[in-house]
Every structure is written in structure tokens, then in C-alpha cells.
Design a protein around this ligand. Structure first.
Ligand SMILES: [Zn+2]
Length: 195
């Protein structure tokens, strides 16, 4: 075995120790100054945009993702009604296959923000049309991407693998095949963000 291969194996072994040793989200990352959804996340609806309704696999992923996040005490989203919307799900041809998803925040008067710089009233989760059309995309990874974007919509930024954080909020390259659902630490992070 070459020296370089041995050192790579050692690095991998150490990474496994770091991940399994902490077993949770070390510390959540929030958007600056904890900017929040104005209305909170209880008793609010999620909306399936017209662009999403023709993708059965997306609808299944949304349902899985909403159920996963609804396990947090501060998140109770329901499918439809007359209440205000917390999250709108759409499909975008502008989001690339490798980007997978994107979250856009809207002020109470409907101005979009890519990164929230003031309180937002709802967020739009846009999933890549190319990803939804990909026949090789596993349902679990698609659902995980929807969960991840919802985490952004609630106010969470990315977790950082290099400091041992284990979370659905890890970037795709770090969570793929590893974190495929919302973890207890993620639920706590959202509960802590909302008073
Ligand atoms: Zn992300």
C-alpha cells in the first residue's frame, strides 16, 4: 500500500470517529441576527405551486419532508387552508442539477431576498427541474433535499462537516448517503430559533 493511500485511510478513519463521536449537531448556524419568519411556524400552511403539482415524486418528497419537520414542537405546517403560508414549493429550470434546490425569502410586501437581510413572511423552496426529471435520483435524496431547503426557509444556514456537525443542513456533498432525514439536533435548532 502506498504511503499516500495509508494517510488517506487514516484521514477517513478520523472523519468517521469525529462524526460518530459527536452524534449530533454541535451548534446551529442561523442567518445573521436570527432574522425570522414574522409569524412563526405554528398553524401555518404550505402551498404546492402549480409548477410542482405535475411531479408525483416531488409531491411525495414534500409530504415526507413536512412530516419530518413537523416533529419539531415549533413547526406545525398543514397542507392547505385559509391561513398564511410559511413555505411555497415550486420547480425551477434555473436551478441546476448540481445545485439541486434553492430557497428564496419574501418580505411581507412580497419583495424577494436571496439571503434574508430583514424579517421575512414566507419562503419559496425551488427544486431543480433537471433534478426532478432525473430518473436516477433516489427518492430518499430528493426528500432530503426538500428537508434541507425547508431548513433554510425556517432560518437555518449550513452546518459544517469539518467541525463535526451532523445535520440535514450539511451541504449535499457532505450529507449525501449519510444524513437523509431531519435529526433531533435539527428539530432542536428550529425550536430554539423561534421563541
Ligand atoms: Zn443549502
Amino acid at each position: 500500500m502506498k504511503k499516500r493511500t495509508i494517510s488517506l485511510l487514516l484521514t477517513l478513519a478520523m472523519t468517521v470517529v469525529i462524526f460518530t463521536g459527536l452524534g449530533g449537531n454541535a451548534e446551529a448556524n442561523y442567518y445573521p441576527n436570527n432574522y425570522k419568519n414574522i409569524f412563526g411556524l405554528n398553524n401555518r400552511q404550505y402551498v404546492i405551486g402549480a409548477s410542482a403539482s405535475s411531479y408525483p415524486r416531488y409531491l411525495t418528497a414534500i409530504s415526507t419532508a413536512v412530516n419530518a419537520w413537523n416533529a419539531a414542537s415549533k413547526v406545525q405546517l398543514y397542507a392547505s387552508g385559509s391561513g398564511s403560508s410559511a413555505v411555497v414549493f415550486s420547480v425551477s429550470s434555473l436551478v441546476s442539477l448540481s445545485e439541486r434546490g434553492q430557497t428564496i425569502f419574501y418580505t411581507i410586501d412580497g419583495s424577494p431576498m436571496t439571503t434574508p437581510t430583514s424579517s421575512w413572511s414566507y419562503a419559496e423552496v425551488r427544486i431543480s427541474q433537471a433534478l426532478l426529471n432525473s430518473m436516477t435520483e433516489p427518492a430518499t435524496e430528493l426528500a432530503a433535499t426538500v428537508m434541507h431547503e425547508m431548513g433554510h426557509a425556517f432560518g437555518l444556514t449550513h452546518a459544517v462537516a469539518s467541525i463535526g456537525q451532523v445535520s440535514i443542513m450539511l451541504p449535499y456533498a457532505d450529507r449525501r448517503g449519510y444524513v437523509t432525514t431531519v435529526l433531533d439536533g435539527d428539530l432542536d435548532d428550529v425550536d430554539n430559533l423561534y421563541p
